[in-house]
Design a protein around this ligand. Structure first.
Ligand code: FES
Length: 119
């Protein structure tokens, strides 16, 4: 998967590989998303990155998609593959997994916990 030339990239997918997400299939979700991207021939349109903890461990496994600014929770290999096909390639967000979207700021959908304010 090439990262040298991002000029055709339309989506950047950040897949949490922090400790909590790895206990909730983070590795399997990562491999499933990448396999589906390859199966769809979409490598040059979608770039993926493994991340450390995104600070929303109650939502594990967490996946975020940019430039839309969509935060997904409870992702599984199955929903990861569906996200590639439905969201990234067809523009249909997985509403049942979305906890935040971005419209000038991140807007909660009400599906996730509010989290903890850090000082
Ligand atoms: S380990 Fe994924 S959000 Fe914390």
């Amino acid at each position: 998967m090439a990262t040298w030339n991002l000029s055709e990239t339309q989506h950047h997918v950040l897949i949490c590989n922090g400790g909590s997400c790895m206990k909730h299939q983070g590795e399997e979700v990562t491999l499933a998303i990448r396999a589906e991207i390859a199966a769809q021939g979409a490598d040059r349109f979608i770039h993926t990155t493994r991340t450390r903890c995104n600070g929303r461990c109650q939502d594990a496994c967490v996946v975020t998609v940019y430039p839309e600014g969509v935060w997904y929770k409870d992702m599984t290999p199955e929903s990861g593959r569906a996200m590639v096909r439905e969201h990234l390639l067809q523009g249909n967000i997985l509403q049942e997994h979305m906890v935040y979207s971005f419209k000038d700021r991140f807007v909660p959908t009400g599906l996730g916990p509010e989290g903890v304010q850090r000082n």
